[in-house]
Design a protein around this ligand. Structure first.
Ligand code: ZN
Length: 251
């Protein structure tokens, strides 16, 4: 459920409803997005009750008018089964259409569908497409795939290029930036230059929420054997698309 500051939601919704009735596509998308999950305030109090089925009808109407956000969001509704029965084939169909309309998160979401199916080369191609559309998190993910040869031939040079692109992107999450720093450090370790990894690891664990980066930094400083975690960060390790990791071999 989205969290918003206190606003007069009944008035906002009434205004959106009038614009929807007048055929306004942007308002149809807005109302659909608000109703898909509902709105709650910071304390978790419900400000706008969700109505996912109606939301999906609105998103479909806006998607049929080629609104990129509505098209990608309709794909997501099918992807996770919200307001409509889950259907990955339909999800991919709407994601592809959203990508053609310029929605980079749809390319990244399509990549995830393929990755979970074990179609790793296709997952990599869609991640590269999202990266080419400016998605920094996708660039970081593509860098990880090059680093370990997941769905693409292993290539440290390409890994560095994509991770560097992730770090330069303005469109990247905080944890995605830290993960790109960590993987750049791993690229240096694997190239036999662990001391070059130090500044990246220092930046990756500045806010103290990245134990894997802190552990590798301590190993390098102590000149002990290096056993970095090679899993993808924050992603269930039982899902496909992870590198082999000595720290988490059975997961
Ligand atoms: Zn691991």
């Amino acid at each position: 459920m989205a969290r918003k500051r206190k606003q007069n939601w009944p008035r906002i919704v009434a205004r959106l409803q009038r614009r929807v009735a007048a055929g306004d596509v942007a308002a149809t998308t807005d109302l659909g997005l608000n109703l898909l999950d509902g709105i709650q305030d910071r304390s978790g109090r419900c400000l706008l009750r969700r109505n996912s089925r109606y939301a999906v009808r609105l998103l479909r109407r806006a998607a049929e008018s080629n609104d990129p956000t509505a098209t990608g969001s309709l794909g997501y509704a099918y992807d996770v089964g919200r307001g409509i029965a889950q259907n990955k084939t339909e999800a991919l169909r709407w994601y592809r259409r959203a990508v053609r309309l310029g929605d980079s998160s749809a390319a990244s979401n399509a990549s995830t569908v393929y990755r979970d199916r074990g179609q790793l080369p296709r997952a990599h191609r869609w991640m590269m497409r999202a990266a080419a559309m400016g998605d920094g998190d996708a660039a970081g993910d593509a860098g990880y795939s090059y680093l370990y040869g997941i769905g693409v031939r292993r290539n440290i040079h390409s890994a560095r290029l994509m991770l560097g692109r992730a770090l330069r992107s303005r469109n990247i999450s905080g944890y995605g930036r830290e993960e790109a720093l960590y993987n750049l450090a791993i690229a240096h370790v694997d190239s036999g230059h662990p001391s070059l990894a130090i500044p990246f690891l220092e930046r990756a664990c500045t806010d103290g929420d990245y134990p894997e980066a802190a552990a590798l930094l301590a190993q390098i400083r102590a000149k002990s054997a290096l056993t970095p975690c090679r899993c993808r960060r924050f992603i269930n390790r039982r899902l496909r698309g992870h590198a082999r990791c000595v720290q988490h071999p059975s997961e």
